[in-house]
Design a binder for this molecule. Sequence first.
Ligand SMILES: C[C@H](O)CC(=O)SCCNC(=O)CCNC(=O)[C@H](O)C(C)(C)COP(=O)(O)OP(=O)(O)OC[C@H]1O[C@@H](n2cnc3c(N)ncnc32)[C@H](O)[C@@H]1OP(=O)(O)O
Length: 717
Amino acid sequence: MEVGNDGVAVLTISNPPVNTLSVAILDDLKDLLTAAMRRVDVRAIVLIGKGGKFSGGFDVNVFKMAHKIGDISIIPDVSIDIFVDRIEDAEKPIVAAIEGPVLGGALELAMACHARIAATKTQLGLPELNLGVIPGSGGTTRLPRLIGLPKALEMLLLSRSITSEDGRKLGLVDAVVPSEELLQVSRQWAVDISETRKPWIRSLHRTDKLCSLDEVHDVLENARKHFEQTGKNMPQYQACLDVIEEGIIHGGYHGVLKESRVFKELVLQDTSKGLVHQFLSQRAIVKVPNVTDIGLTPRPVKKVAIVGGGVLGSGIATALILGNIYVLLKEVDPEYLHKAIKTVEANLQGLVSREKLTHDKAEKALVRLKGVLDYSRFKEVDMIIEASADNISQKQNLFADIEKACLPHCILASNSSTIDLNLVGEKTKLQDQIVGAHFFSPAHVTPLLEIVRIEKTSPQVILDLMTVGKTISKVPVIVGNCTGFAVNRAFFPFSQSAHLLYNQAPDIFDLRGVLTSARNEYKSRFSRRLQDLDGYQAAVATTKEFSLSFPDRTFESPLINLLIKNGRNGKSNGKGYYIYKKESKPRPDSSVLPIIEESRRLTNIMPDGKPISVTDEEIIKMVLFPVVNEACRILDGGIVIRASDLDVASVLGMRFPSYRGGIVFWGDTFGADCIFRSMQKWSEAYGKFFKPSRFLENRAQRGIPLSAPASTSLGRL
Ligand SMILES: C[C@H](O)CC(=O)SCCNC(=O)CCNC(=O)[C@H](O)C(C)(C)COP(=O)(O)OP(=O)(O)OC[C@H]1O[C@@H](n2cnc3c(N)ncnc32)[C@H](O)[C@@H]1OP(=O)(O)O
């Protein structure tokens, strides 16, 4: 705290890197506010954050700690004690001078002040619902009072931030000023309030922006209905709406009291545990030993060549040009090239029509794309991404060719999704330049980028690719080299066990119902619909790779080949498990049943020739515990640096629900012992596919979580 000659005490929040409101910071804030109120030479107060950042909100690590010890009391109770009693109801005016991130508890702190002065481009938001909780310090009550209910709902329920400029228009901030004037204008504003030249506003007492109670009711009901679907399994959405209603119907103070109570209840729920784990894991993932901690600087990657303009290649090209990177898209003939460029255009158009991109930005991005038919311009590029079909010899020859066409500094990346990268680069000289850049379809939308490192890949190349990933809004996860890498490998048993069940479950429609709800619950991309979308050829190719590498645990169902033989190629020809017709929803196709029967006859795996008896819950476990089992092998082999990296990868690459924390985190909610015993039981009843891995068995025997680090799991990376 510094007190100036103008009688303004400036309290600076300093807790790098983003000035989070830790327990210590909040204790200090309380003490300093009390001191400032007592001092006769202080007539007004300004709150500011050090280094151009007001604050990223409450310290999420405290949530993590509360989850670990199961004790909510470690989360400071500041909503009334500090935000109402010491700030809003203070006897001296308090102005928030805000800049940079002003998120969660930080925006709540600012809203409790009597005015908010913001620097340009300040980021204002209440993203608590993303963490499975609701704002806990007045956010649900003050925000609707400051900007009106509809806009407040948008910010709260969609965790959508706004800029200071929008905040000014909406009434969330009182003035927007250049950064260098922020402190001075805020001081003056505080003095002006103390001398009644500016209004002294307690936002909790305002009602002028609130609509009529009938309108409030309608707006909240609509939101409730909407989030019954989209917010399933996430109690924070309905809870947030209930608390907002309390604050409007029964008054601000009641709202704040209820909010604080509900916030605490939500913190200890599984949803919050999963989402907080994801938040922290996504931040940890960018720390790569021997890459990000050895003083390297990323080299600029301005132009990239992509070899292969299929769905993936075109998606990667779209992502790159949107990230301001120039692209040479190479195809084998004019017809394929034309098709590839049209796919990029369609990708951009899709983003425009979903209002994710402006028309202007789409046009500008397209200027950065150039189609080519040979390697003559490959000397211009800093990186090449090979995105051809998963065929080993084709990829080997391609790598040998492109190596000759580019400059020595050029990064040679392969988008191989299953094939061992050592094999891909076998005929290539620049071994340290070889790296895997595994994007997930649709590559311009799916946020994960697996960076596959072979033994010789240089740390510089890893860092460069990580930086490219960040530039194009991907989350890069570093993985070791093996068939399927981390994500596809972990999830390949999902479709395998689904096929095992198709071949021995009593009623395919019941089973499909359960698997559909499992898909909705666990949103795995290996759903039957998605197999339809990717086309069965891809499924056949990847199963072949997996069966070669992991013959002990591959179940080769004849079903896919039978489907292809019967003229069902998935969405590409309008017929798979589902029927696809233009402009109507895909619908299940009962004429697929005889084909499934034929498959059952061929596999003949029903014990004693009778369908097996499994409950719905067991079906879900039977498709997902094998995934956890494979995740254990990945951890055992050191394919990922941390167990939490696999959690992030499963959520961002496979759409495993983030509120379940990720595949390993989810496994730990059952415990190693429970999963081990189930797998052992099924392996005895249904065969070696379910055999528990060594790692799982070991964790079960020792009673330690799957996610606990082990010295053995750091070997390969
Ligand atoms: C009661 C209240 O209502 C409850 C709350 O306030 S809950 C908290 C609400 N706040 C949030 O959700 C904001 C979360 N943070 C963010 O969105 C972003 O970190 C940010 C916009 C602030 C900064 O983004 P960016 O500059 O890209 O940096 P980023 O890598 O994300 O974070 C930098 C570091 O700050 C940490 N951090 C950021 N916000 C944090 C928070 N609220 N708590 C703890 N750590 C946080 C990150 O973990 C990371 O740590 P590291 O250096 O050890 O890896």
